[in-house]
Design a protein around this ligand. Structure first.
Ligand SMILES: [Zn+2]
Length: 123
């Protein structure tokens, strides 16, 4: 049901890459949040001593930004793994063209071919 050019071996490579990335993201999240969930983490940060020096404000924002970025990456990786396992992986979400394996290997979470990605980023 898939007309992607990926062989079983290529799919296995992509899956391994995604699992590696997922592992790295999860480790980064644990390191940053000490295992707390995103919301809990935010409230911990915000409930810190209100009399704390102002210079910590920027640091909090940075940490929250980083937590958002990690959550985003985790979602993209999870989606890619689902697509891969559902045999719905490797076709451009915009034009349906097969995304070249080299592109997928460089960026396993890619959902668009290079042309559509450039168009989307330019828009
Ligand atoms: Zn496309």
């Amino acid at each position: 049901m898939s007309d992607t050019a990926l062989t079983a071996g290529q799919r296995a490579q992509i899956e391994a890459l995604l699992l590696q990335q997922q592992d790295a993201v999860e480790r980064a999240m644990r390191a940053q949040q000490g295992g707390a969930g995103r919301v809990e983490f935010a409230s911990q940060l915000l409930s810190d001593d209100p009399d704390a020096p102002r210079e910590h404000e920027g640091e909090r924002e940075l940490q929250l930004e980083r937590a958002d970025h990690l959550a985003d990456a985790q979602r993209q990786i999870g989606d890619a793994l689902l697509r891969l396992r559902a045999d719905d992986y490797g076709a451009c979400s915009d034009c349906g063209a097969t995304i070249p394996f080299d592109r997928l290997r460089a960026q396993p979470v890619a959902t668009r071919c290079v042309n559509c990605q450039q168009r989307a980023e330019a828009a």
